[in-house]
Design a protein around this ligand. Structure first.
Ligand SMILES: Cc1cc2nc3c(=O)[nH]c(=O)nc-3n(C[C@H](O)[C@H](O)[C@H](O)COP(=O)(O)OP(=O)(O)OC[C@H]3O[C@@H](n4cnc5c(N)ncnc54)[C@H](O)[C@@H]3O)c2cc1C
Length: 418
């Protein structure tokens, strides 16, 4: 059935995008930057998104500042860009300009991204070969014999199916937790940073002292400290004490080795990105998190103790904040009626250097991609990145530039072969 409720022959899109957040929509943003949006929409793109807005994803919910300058989040705008023309027409360009040299609030970026998402939605809907399904939840993916993907989703209580040659699955992440016993002292950073933690209000306002463990010592942990400080003035307060657990020391980002040395920061060769020579390029704290981390390292914050040991639960803690990142939000994928088993390490789906999920037999599936929050991007010689960082990276700039370009080039090669 098409969007007007008329039965028609099966449409095969070029690409289905499952999850229209910043990662999912990055392909469209990239095409627009290249001046190729209309051409790509002609080939057929279908976006399936759970909420009623494209592009903003979860960032609109984060009540914290970005970990980069705003300029990086709008670097995709170019003279060819239809989005740029839309922003000019709506007189939004000045607002974007004002974000370029500061780390803006992620919520404000989310609101602007939502407007751009609405514009992109109109572009998609105006093209007879492309479609958007909003308030629609992807439930299953099937790899069909003819090399096509069938995506099954639910919208307004109806189960629907669409087909495509390529599928991108970026459904955001699921908070990683240590709390298997439903102990209510545990809270994941996600709920603090998105202000969904009403029960903390009572804890902080009705206790004379609180002993708090923060498990994990990266950006989220620093953002949690800033957030709690903004709300309850926790930093350097004798009422609160924090133990900060992390495998490594607090890492700070510097754009050059000279800057790090001038600042008296201790680093090793393994902390230097071989491509950009930046220090702790992917693992280092930036912007507001940098300031908090540096104050902890310099001991100007006196109620945070660094613990370089594995966290062990302790009855003394009144609150345990899990800053452990996100697991992959994985939906079932079937081939010949059998569910495919993917390689998942510590909750994170393994992908190859072209962002394709890896199955248990170590093979990946052509034309099937996943790279957003909860999956991330592995480091390669091209992406660069410090040797001391062993995790996956995620970031809006990376989706819109690095990932989108690699996938587009790969698809061009596939077309050449065909
Ligand atoms: C606290 C925090 C701060 C961050 N700060 C930054 C930053 O400053 N700069 C930066 O570049 N990156 C930042 N990141 C990293 C990351 O790049 C962003 O979180 C980014 O917004 C992730 O985009 P996403 O599309 O992968 O996920 P999401 O934003 O979660 O979007 C996923 C989308 O999929 C939809 N969806 C979910 N399930 C389904 C389903 N079954 N069917 C259909 N749709 C579905 C959701 O509704 C949503 O729209 C931050 C991450 C966190 C956690």
């Amino acid at each position: 059935m098409n969007r007007y409720g008329v039965f028609m022959k099966r449409t095969v899109y070029e690409t289905i995008i499952c999850g229209g957040g910043p990662a999912g929509m990055s392909q469209l943003i990239y095409f627009d930057a290249q001046g190729q949006l209309a051409e790509e929409l002609n080939r057929g793109i279908c976006v399936i998104e759970k909420t009623d807005e494209l592009l903003s994803g979860n960032i609109k919910k984060y009540k914290i500042s970005a970990n980069s300058k705003g300029g990086a989040l709008f670097e995709f705008l170019s003279e060819h860009s239809l989005v740029q023309q839309y922003l000019n027409k709506e007189k939004l360009s000045e607002q974007i300009q004002s974000y370029c040299d500061i780390a803006p609030s992620l919520h404000d970026i989310g609101v602007l991204y939502g407007k751009i998402g609405n514009f992109l939605e109109q572009c998609i809907k105006q093209n007879p070969n492309s479609d958007v399904y909003k308030c629609a939840t992807v439930e299953q993916i099937h790899i069909c014999e003819e090399g096509l993907f069938k995506v099954v989703f639910k919208q307004f209580g109806c189960v629907k199916e669409v087909w495509a040659k390529n599928v991108h699955v970026n459904l955001g992440g699921v908070p990683k937790t240590l709390n298997l016993d439903e102990d209510d002292r545990y809270v994941h950073s996600h709920y603090i940073l998105t202000e969904q933690n009403e029960h903390l209000e009572e804890l902080f306002t009705s206790n004379d002292s609180l002993k708090i463990a923060i498990v994990g010592n990266s950006h989220s942990a620093m953002s949690v400290l800033s957030k709690l400080n903004e709300r309850y003035s926790v930093i350097n307060s004798s009422k609160y004490s924090f133990d900060l657990y992390g495998k490594s020391n607090l890492k700070l980002y510097y754009s050059s080795m000279e800057d790090a040395l001038l600042d008296g920061y201790n680093f090793t060769e393994d902390d230097i990105c071989p491509v950009t020579q930046r220090v702790n390029r992917y693992s280092g704290m930036r912007e507001e998190s940098f300031l908090v981390a540096k104050a902890i390292l310099n001991e100007t914050i006196n109620n945070v103790t660094l613990k370089r040991v594995y966290f062990k639960d302790n009855a003394d803690y009144d609150l345990i904040i899990e800053c452990l990142g996100y697991k992959t939000n994985l939906i079932p994928v079937y081939k010949n009626g059998k569910q495919i088993q993917f390689e998942v390490n510590n909750g994170i789906l393994k992908t190859d250097t072209h962002f394709r999920p890896v199955m248990k037999n170590q093979e990946s599936i052509d034309c099937f991609y996943s790279y957003g929050l909860g999956v991330g991007i592995g480091l390669t010689e091209v992406s660069g990145g410090e040797k001391s960082f062993t995790g996956n990276i995620d970031g809006i700039w990376l989706y819109q530039h690095y990932v989108a370009e690699i996938i587009t080039e790969l698809n061009k090669k596939v077309l050449e072969v065909i």
